[in-house]
Design a protein around this ligand. Sequence first.
Ligand SMILES: *[C@@H]1O[C@H](CO)[C@@H](O)[C@H](O)[C@H]1NC(C)=O
Ligand SMILES: *[C@@H]1O[C@H](CO)[C@@H](O)[C@H](O)[C@H]1NC(C)=O
Length: 441
Amino acid sequence: MNYRTYLVAGCFLCIGIAKNLNGIATAGSSFRKSRQLACVFETSKIIPLTKELEIIRLNVRLLLSGTESEEARRSHSENHPQDNIPSFFVKESSLDILQHANEDINTLDCRISAYFTANTQIIWPGREIRASSLDSWFICTIKHTAEKYMTTAFLVQTHKENENHSQGQLSPGIAEQSHVSAVFLVHTRPSVVRSALSKDVLFDCAFSIDHQADVTIQWVLHRKGGHKKLMFTYNGSSKQVEHMADRAEMFLEEIPKGNASLLLRNVEMRDEGTYSCSVSVSSLTGEQAIQLQIEEKPTVIVNVNSLSLVEGEQYKLICDIRNYYPLDAQAQWLRELKGSRKVPDVVKNVLSSNHRQSSNGTYSFSRYFLLTASLEDNEHTYTCRVDHQSLQAPIRRSVIVQVRGTSIIWVLLLLLGLSVCLAVVLHYFYKVKSTAKPKPY
Ligand SMILES: *[C@@H]1O[C@H](CO)[C@@H](O)[C@H](O)[C@H]1NC(C)=O
Ligand SMILES: *[C@@H]1O[C@H](CO)[C@@H](O)[C@H](O)[C@H]1NC(C)=O
C-alpha cells in the first residue's frame, strides 16, 4: 500500500486530517485552493538480462501557477526546505485543468508519464520547430477515486526551460523542476454509467485545445469478451460523419464547442462494455473510457400472502426473484414473531432453483422450502429478503402464518366418523355373509 491508498481510505472515513508523505495535502482542501496535487510519475525500462519491462514509479507533484501558487510554493519551501520531489509547474497560459478536476485533492488520483513521440516532431501551433531537439511531451491523468470523472491532459515542456533545467535531471528522465504547458485536455464523466434496459444513455466526453483545430473523434465499444465495435467516427478535416452504429448519435453542432459526447438510445444487454472516447488533433490522441453497466431491478413475488394451517400440515413457500441483472443476487427466507424487534432467524434447508435467462438477458430464480406447521409457527412472519446491486435497500415480501392445534373436538369428531364408518362396514359385511349363506332347504 502506498500513501495514496491511505489518503483515499482517510477520505472515506471522513478523518479530518490526512497525512501525506509529499507534505502537500491537507484534508478537505480543493485542488483550486491548494493548486498542487501529489502525483505518481510512471516510466518503464527494460531489464537488460531478462528483457522484461520494469515499471518505475516516482512521487512527483503537479503545481498550477498563479499568484496563490507562488505564495503556496514559498510557504511550502519554507516548511519543507530540501525535499527533492520533482515538480511539474503548469504555466498560467495553459488550459484550465481545474475546470475539470476541481475537487478535494485527497479524492484525486494523478499519474504522469512521458508521451513518446517516436522521434517525430509534433506540429503544434505556437511552438517553434527546431532541428536540434524535440519537445518533451507528458501525459497527465487525473481520476476521481469515486468514479466521478477522469481527465487527461497533454503537457509540453519548452526548449528554453528544458535547457535551463537540464542540470538536476533525475534518474528516469525528468528534471527536478519541469515547466510545462497544458495544451490539450480530454475529459469524461462519470467513469461508470449504470442504466436499465431500454433507456437512453449519455456518455459525456469533452475536450479543449489551446488553439482552434479540427478534431477527429472516435467512439469504440470494447465488449467483455474482447470484441470491439466501432460506434461513431467523426472526421474533423472533412467535417463528415464516417461511421455511425445503430442507435448511436453525436451532437454535431456541439463538437466545435468541445463536446464529444455520445448518446446511445434504447440500451440492450449487448451494449454493455467499455466505451472509449478518442479525440485526435495533430498527431496527439487523447483517449478516455467510460464503462456501461446494465442493471435491472428484480421483481420479487411470494406464492402466498397469508397462510392458515393445521398443526402438522405442510406448505411449500416459494419466493420468485425475476428479471434482474447482473447475475449476483442474494435471497434469504427469514422467520420472526409478528411485531417482535428481535433479529429474525434465517430459515435453514432452503433450496434454490437453477437460474433461468430470458431472451432480453435478465435472470430469474426461486428460493423455496417446505414449511411443516407447528404451533410454534403461529403468529410468525416468513419473509423473503432479496438484495441486489441495483437496489438501494433489500426487497422484502412477507407471509403471515397462523397455525391451529388439532383440538379435542376434532379428535372426537374423527372418532365419531370412524365409528360410523365401522358400523356401516360391519352392517354390510353381515348382510353379504347372510345372503351368501346357502339356504338350509
Ligand atoms: C454535450 O451536449 C449534450 C446535448 O446538448 C449535453 O446533454 C451534454 O451535457 C454535453 N456534454 C458536455 C460535456 O458538454
Ligand atoms: C425481460 O423479459 C422478461 C420475460 O420475457 C420480461 O418479463 C421483462 O419485463 C423484460 N425486461 C425488460 C426490462 O424488458
